[in-house]
Design a protein. Structure first.
Length: 127
């Protein structure tokens, strides 16, 4: 058995929505930084954002498709709906981070201290 983890790829648009929110909210990466926590976060994030978007579609009037944007883009133009997605993803990250099964999950990549030391090293040796 290998120690590699498979991170699922999700077709647009849910995968890109999760990725965009995660990129703009660094606290998510601080909460879920190990391979197992990332896998759990993404799995539950995709499911819960999909359910949330479905609920928002039922609750909101979306104009007929005219080719200019998807129903998801239309929904997310409303700041309240966009914030609901952000809140859902932050909740998923907090729940995964609080799960005792992931306590021993080591972060992928260097920690912040290592990054700081590298930046200092690069500044000194840049020329």
């Amino acid at each position: 058995m290998t120690d590699e983890l498979w991170i699922p790829l999700v077709d647009e648009p849910i995968g890109s929505i999760v990725q965009q929110v995660q990129a703009s909210h660094p606290e998510i990466d601080r909460l879920v930084s190990g391979p197992r926590t990332i896998l759990a976060f993404r799995t539950f994030a995709y499911i819960r954002v999909g359910i949330l978007l479905g609920r928002l579609l039922v609750e909101n009037d979306v104009p007929e498709y005219d080719g200019s944007e998807t129903w998801i883009e239309t929904l997310l133009r409303d700041g309240r709906n966009e914030q609901a997605v952000v809140d859902e993803l932050l909740a998923v990250a907090r729940e995964v981070a609080a799960d005792p099964r992931y306590v021993s999950d080591e972060p992928i990549g260097p920690d912040e201290g290592t990054r700081d030391r590298f930046r200092e090293f690069a500044r000194r040796h840049r020329g």
